[in-house]
Design a protein around this ligand. Sequence first.
Ligand code: C2O
Ligand code: CU
Ligand code: CU
Length: 508
Amino acid sequence: MAGTGARRWVTALVGVLSGVLLLCGVGTGLATWTWTRYVVDTTGEVSFVNRLAIPPLAESRIDARGRRVFDLRAQSGHRDFGQGGSTLTWGYNGDYLGPTLRAKRGEEVVVNVVNGVGEPTTVHWHGMHLPAAMDGGPHQMIRPGATWSPHWRVDQPAATLWYHPHLHGQTEQHVYRGLAGMFILDDDASAGLALPRRYGVDDIPLIVQDRNFDSDGQFDHGRGLLGGIGILGDTLLVNGTVGPYLDVRTERVRLRLLNGSTARTYDFGFADNRDFALIGTDGGLLEVPYQTPRIQLSPGERAEIVVTVRPGERTVLRSYPPGRDMDFVSRRITGGDDAFDVLELRAAETLQPAPEVPARLVPVERLDPASAAQARTFHLAGHHINGRRMDPGQLDFAVTRDTTEIWEITKEDGTPHSFHVHDAQFQILSIAGREPPPELRGWKDTILLEAKQEIRIIARFADYADPNMPYMYHCHLLYHEDQGMMGQFVVVEPGQRPGGPPTGHTHG
Ligand code: C2O
Ligand code: CU
Ligand code: CU
């Protein structure tokens, strides 16, 4: 009996083992397939056959109170991206993206936003210092057919900002469909510098986005098998143009790079590895230009660069694999191994001369850590900040108006996150205990956390207080944001108690 028992065990064991081996084989095959499928590399393969579209400058008028008034209408439409059909899209004042708003420091602006998309949306002014009620976050919902008219005084340095929807739980979808645009701010300091400044001529907005198209040529909203990061597209759109080229007629051209993607991080550089001058980051110009061959931007981040070209040449702006600091599995499944050709620059045979980039740009006041009134910590992991998900009915904390705070942000998982703060531009004090690199020494409102690391930032929450209306802080990977990786804070007057956020923020 014992012998039979043993034989039965052996047979069972062999059966289990071969099952495991078979599964392993299938598993390995599937894993290999998934692994190789998860890398996108379009370098050397893009035909640059379409002239880069330049978003028009938004028209504006001055009203009786001297305010600059813009009109935006969010609407649906369709556009042929050359991807096998007419794609259903959303845009502001057009079928895809929106016009570039432009205002000068000191001006009062009003934007009349009409919601024509047939479902609730909001418009947030990313990077703008303004009252919370004008911020366009989840609490400033615009119902279908309604008009929202926020107004504020522009009071911050010249910068490349942008606008996009911020409806709670729907931001990724609304941005992916095409709602986004640039908001350029000017000031006297930047106007006095010998920098390229002719919009669409030698000062070029570049809104870089990735999309997947399905077989009908529609945007594919699928997140894929391992889609924990959100939607990673295999086709790049720059200002809505696939395979774009730009005719350059001047020796130097300024590119305002905006990562308008929902999840993907880019590491921009040129195919021939030339240096360019980084002159500005999210919140304004740097003190001095920084010569570098690369600038990495996570979703929401911006950079202004000046590139020098030689007569008659063609050169390609590329995105190199960005995931330097990640482990190899996380890197692969979050787009960290991906590379793209972005835009071809075609220099004319004769180029108009352009002055050298000034050696000094603008003074940047350093915020003093010793002046900080408060320190806070934020732990990012999964779709949580400090172990919590966004609760629209609950404030996370209150900041006192006109005080400076140090925020310590730690990332504890393998996924990249992009930490964004509303209302204030911040400076980076340290990354993993070290001084930030030159490209992260300027004003920032969004910062990538790639490795498990700790970043300390400092910001001043000036001018506006409202105990009941919160500003947001969140991961700018929009799928994470929609999943609740977001919190809200109010700015209060000294001694004032925070109230409660408005109810009825609902999705309508
Ligand atoms: Cu660009 Cu809270 O967003
Ligand atoms: Cu924002
Ligand atoms: Cu995230």
